[in-house]
Design a binder for this molecule. Structure first.
Ligand code: 6DK
Ligand code: ZN
Length: 367
């Protein structure tokens, strides 16, 4: 198979600036400020690894487009869209912590939403089975009536509504970004047509987890009760824990729901090297998740799968994890790209053995 990648250069025009963003600390202590984690470098590397990495023969390239304001109103309120348009006209505005609408930001956000719509339409029209929307700014925190956590427009939300309005009866969303996909969950909280599943950091153990909800008891409301599944996982869960959560929780939920369309909302901030996450996935874990999601699509949604980019802030490793995820989705028999940095032996006996041998050595040699 191949994956149709949708992209538009204009999304690079969202400039998030420099500062101390991960924790909100006072920047006056520091002489060297980092770029905002959600900067254009990260997607430039995602783009280039798909263009020039070993997966490139399996990729077809498609241009994204700008969303019309009217296309956003299925998910967002007219008042909120107006607020964005006004803020843009006035030269920009900070909408909430870490979420800056600067000149060029609204254009980029419209391109992200429109590019996601193009990718969804491509799959709906049957041009291909699997599409990937390489988009920024991200979307899964954006709620019907407000911006949140670097997100302005809910790219997944508008695409899901396009699917529902194009004859899909049921759509399932699996969100593996390290943060809770609260905006998407909220948009479909009362719907039994959209199953939203989010795997994310649980809260309380580490500061920058965002937002401060996403617990297991938030199951949806009214007709939507039982159609929002939250899977909050402890810091350090890693490949095996994510694999187990997929097999034990996600796979059965999708089997039961039988969606016509599957959406994978992907963030590489669940990786072991991400400044904004502590979940310790490596390329291997992403490859396995990709494999499972690809196989779920094949057995339940006629192979139809839309993948949407969200967070992922390590400028090198995010690109590598994206590559690994797409390898998994394609179910390629051998890894095409090896992991340049991860070494997380998960077998406890390994370190026990090493320590025992050091003990033995010291006993014999230290006077
Ligand atoms: N920081 C995302 O990866 C976005 O899910 C994550 C957004 C995290 C926001 C963390 C936050 C502060 C706190 C205080 C002051 C400034 C900044 F949407 C995705 F991009 F995918 O609130
Ligand atoms: Zn995230």
């Amino acid at each position: 198979g191949t994956i149709a990648v949708f992209w538009h250069e204009g999304m690079l025009g969202h400039d998030t600036g420099n500062g101390v963003f991960d924790t909100g600390e006072d920047p006056s202590f520091l002489d060297v400020l980092e770029k905002h984690p959600e900067n254009s470098d990260r997607v430039k590397n995602m783009l280039s690894i798909l263009r020039r990495g070993p997966i490139s023969p399996f990729i077809s390239w498609h241009s994204g487009r700008s969303a019309l304001l009217s296309e956003l109103l299925s998910f967002h309120s007219p008042e909120y869209i107006n607020e964005l348009v006004e803020a843009d006209k006035q030269g920009g505005k900070t909408l909430c912590a870490g979420t800056f609408l600067n000149p060029g930001s609204l254009d980029a956000a419209l391109l992200a939403a429109g590019t996601t719509l193009s990718a969804m339409k491509y799959v709906l029209d049957g041009h291909g089975k699997v599409a990937y929307a390489l988009v920024r700014p991200p979307g899964h925190h954006a709620q019907p009536t407000q911006a949140d956590g670097y997100c302005f427009l809910n790219n997944a939300g508008v695409a899901v509504l396009l699917a529902l309005n194009s004859g899909c009866a049921k759509v399932a969303v699996i969100d593996i970004d390290v943060h809770y996909g609260n905006g998407t969950a909220e948009g479909f909280y009362q719907s039994d047509k959209v199953l939203t599943i989010s795997l994310h950091m649980n809260h309380g153990s580490w500061g920058p987890s965002h937002p401060q909800n996403g617990s297991v008891d938030e199951l949806g409301e009214g007709e939507g009760f039982g159609y929002n599944l939250n899977i909050p996982l402890p810091n350090g869960t890693g490949n095996r824990g994510y694999g187990y959560a997929m097999i034990e929780l996600v796979v059965p939920a999708i089997q039961k729901f039988e969606p016509d369309m599957l959406v994978l909302v992907v963030g590489q901030d669940s990786s072991a090297f991400d400044p904004n996450g502590r979940q310790c996935l490596t390329m291997e874990g992403y490859r396995e998740i990709g494999k499972m999601v690809g196989s779920l699509a094949n057995s339940h949604s006629g192979g139809r799968l839309l993948i949407i980019q969200e967070g992922g802030y390590h400028v090198t490793y995010s690109a590598y994890c994206l590559h690994a995820t797409l390898e998994g989705v394609l179910n390629l028999p051998l890894p095409l790209l090896s992991d340049p940095i991860a070494c997380y032996p998960e077998d406890e006996a390994f370190s026990v053995k090493v320590i025992e041998s050091i003990k033995k050595y010291q006993k014999a040699n230290v006077p």
